[in-house]
Write a protein that binds this ligand. Structure first.
Ligand SMILES: *Cc1c(COP(=O)(O)O)cnc(C)c1O
Length: 360
């Protein structure tokens, strides 16, 4: 059976060598005579794996020591509640930037716990551009400013880190995490769900500055308290051991490939190829303002929507899988995470050219 190019937004493609290593080690992990999914999370070997994985991530992103790295066995969107529940403290409001489906969901959830000040919203332009930061209505009395760096569904990305002034910046980096170097010191909290660019689903990584830990309010569940999870080194409850292990293998792969600068170069090349083709095709269309286009998730529509089904069916037969766009946006979406080789993007473009020719 041949492996396909998987353009799915998440769960997403992982490097083949990472999957192969996991396969080879599945029955006997590091001479333990046990699988990684069977071994105790309190064993020395496993605790060493958590430490090593933490250190690998610290190196890849140059994360300073005053930031804690927490591996949660939780969905990414658990942070939509956990951030207000851990960080509102004695404040009564938080600032949010509304740039697409995921930040919109985060706002909805945060409203259950705090007042929300929307500093700027792209809802009126269909989430295709973002207003200049000078026009945002930030409030220095807010507990933090929250935004999503890469809107996975809308293909809209904020390439510059916003200036939050004196308040901490909280960022959902799920779908662009480890796709390029990032200055972590600009943030109070960064989080990412594993299933986009890290590991299998079922784990969320939180990078949180020490001074933001320890302000949970009385109703914050213990499992959702940053302080508890940080103090227990992500082992307060039974973690998602398989995801931590896969993240470990993936981080080592990233290192071997030359780290995040090398990833960035490769990711920019892939995205440029696809956007240039779409823009010049006269058949496909991407609606996003070029200044805010995602390099990870590329939504596009066909000239004739009635061709969508045959596009997907023929693409699938050509070994190009999971190209269907999100139900709220329609059309297609190609996700180009780290594990997608340039050859996959070239194969997609070749297919798109043939398909356009056959239908014009
Ligand atoms: C996928 C995604 C989520 C939601 O992930 P779940 O694990 O399903 O909760 C949140 N934010 C962004 C940016 C995403 O890409």
């Amino acid at each position: 059976m041949a492996r396909v190019y998987n353009f799915g937004a998440g769960p997403a493609m992982l490097p083949e060598v990472v999957l192969q290593q996991a396969q080879e080690e599945l029955l006997d992990w590091q001479g333990s005579g046990m699988s990684i999914v069977e071994i105790s999370h309190r064993s020395k070997k496993f605790m060493a794996l958590v430490d090593e994985t933490t250190n690998l991530l610290r190196e890849l992103l140059a994360i300073p020591n005053q930031y804690k790295i927490i591996f949660l066995a939780a969905p990414c969107r658990s942070q939509f509640a956990m951030i207000p529940l851990n960080c509102i403290g004695n404040k009564t409001q938080a600032d949010y930037l509304d740039t697409g489906l995921w930040s919109h969901q985060a706002i909805k959830e945060a409203k259950r716990y705090t007042n929300v000040n929307i500093v700027s919203s792209s809802e009126n332009n269909g989430y295709t551009t973002i207003a200049k930061p000078e026009t945002w209505k930030c409030d220095p009395t807010s507990a933090y400013l929250y935004y999503c760096a890469n809107e996975t569904v809308n293909g809209l990305a904020l390439h510059e880190i916003p200036d939050a002034g004196t308040i901490p910046l909280a960022c959902d980096m799920t779908s662009c995490f480890l796709a390029q170097p990032v200055d972590i010191t600009r943030f109070g909290i960064v989080f990412a769900g594993a299933q986009k660019n890290i590991a299998p689903a079922g784990m969320t990584i939180v990078i949180v500055r020490e001074d933001l830990i320890g302000h949970a309010n009385a109703i914050t569940p213990t499992t959702d308290n940053y302080q508890v999870n940080a103090a227990e080194n992500s082992l307060y409850y039974t973690p998602n051991s398989f995801s931590i292990y896969m993240a470990n293998l993936n981080f080592k792969w990233l290192q071997r490939e030359g780290g995040l600068s090398a990833m960035q170069q490769c990711n920019q090349t892939k995205a440029k190829l696809l956007y240039e083709y779409i823009d010049n095709s006269g058949f496909y269309h991407n609606p996003v303002d070029p200044n805010y286009r995602s390099i990870m998730n590329v939504p596009f529509t066909l000239a004739d929507q009635s061709l969508d089904e045959s596009f997907l069916a023929e693409a699938s037969r050509a070994g190009l899988a999971e190209l269907k766009g999100h139900r709220t946006v329609g059309g297609m979406r190609a996700s180009l995470y780290n594990a997608m080789p340039k050859a996959g993007v070239e194969a997609l473009i070749t297919f798109m050219q043939k398909f356009a020719k056959a239908h014009t």
